[in-house]
Design a binder for this molecule. Sequence first.
Ligand SMILES: NC(=O)c1ccc[n+]([C@@H]2O[C@H](COP(=O)([O-])OP(=O)(O)OC[C@H]3O[C@@H](n4cnc5c(N)ncnc54)[C@H](O)[C@@H]3O)[C@@H](O)[C@H]2O)c1
Length: 406
Amino acid sequence: MPAPSHRRVGLWLVGAYGGVGTSIAVGLASLSRGLKPATGLVTELPMFRGAALPALSEFVVGGHDIRQGSFGESASEFRAGSGVFEPELLAAISDDLAAASARVRSGTVRGTGKSITRMADWNPSDGADTTAQVLDRISADLEAFVQSESIDHLIVLNVSSTEPPFPAKPEHESWQQLNAALASDTGELLPASSLYALAALRQGHTYINFTPSLGASFPAAHQIAEQTGALHAGKDGKTGETLMKTVLAPMFAHRNLQVMSWVGHNIFGNRDGQILDDPVNKASKVSTKDQVVHQILGYKPSTLVTIEYIPDMGDWKTAWDHIHFKGFMGTAMTLQFTWQGCDSLLAAPLAIDLARLADLEKQRGGRGLMKHLASFFKSPEGVPENDFFRQFTMLEEYVASLGTQK
Ligand SMILES: NC(=O)c1ccc[n+]([C@@H]2O[C@H](COP(=O)([O-])OP(=O)(O)OC[C@H]3O[C@@H](n4cnc5c(N)ncnc54)[C@H](O)[C@@H]3O)[C@@H](O)[C@H]2O)c1
């Protein structure tokens, strides 16, 4: 392979062939070739002018999935089901998608629960392998990618199906204890999302969790990241209804309007919706969507979050929120909104932003948890702040601290 002439940033998508993974691959290829505008990318805002963000053409995509396929097939499936990605666009980027598909490897379903395991048609027989062996196999895939593609910085981005909540274990408290226990464990200790996270972090690679799954959100993972200097952030991308909640709740707080109840109903029909139709998987998502209002208001109104799978809606998600509040002299009033968005196309630009910002931080010599990325997450790790505007101020302050603005 010829020596690379520019920076090569590896973007390893766990859940590559899903809606978000595919939209990231299609988006990077389309924008790199100048075929589509950069609408929706936060990193294209004027405040980032002069910052050393990687160009979109500097990303090299690979990944893991547990379903066979290719980016081209998933994108065509998406076009048929949701009416996005014109055939001419897919034809123009077909070589890029084929090259990225050739870099996707089979993942693991360990600890992911029944609904995800049922969907898998491409996972090696982890069988009786110890968790340490599964972890080593994932690491070997990552290292092979880094070597064969001459990657300068590897970012492992979790965009795979939402796992059921995983109970905290005493071994999660310390890396030393966990590492020793993995050698004899056969699947009780960690879910797949955390195995991908540990494979990345223990080698000093960056890990970003765009899902509500456990990922790297436990002390032992933070410890190993500290030891290797790996960057990390999570969790659960804030793309639609929850983004609206964290924009609107500060308004009620600042105007001293007392919210009595906040009800949000969500309907959609993509594969994510199908997995979230299982009550145990849904519990993870409801938890990250539900906690934000309480935290911002400082008191707990009645809240209800529903997520229902309606197959004919494809990737088009509709959220209807009903907010019942008290104004002057206790007068009851109502705000309602509907949000209709193409779920994966809301998520993909934020995932690309996160990858670019992680690379910026890597080049700056940063280590550990990237708290300044809180505005991208429903449940930002290490940041007890859900108000979108305050979170965005953290990002602005970070950019200002770089001293790069023209
Ligand atoms: N707006 C959004 O779309 C949005 C917002 C926030 C978070 N998310 C989260 O992002 C994730 C992806 O969403 P999606 O709509 O692309 O879902 P999807 O079902 O279309 O894609 C998930 C992909 O992950 C793969 N997968 C499942 N388990 C895996 C494993 N253990 N290892 C490797 N691959 C695995 C599946 O085969 C599938 O291809 C979900 O967890 C979702 O909750 C999405």
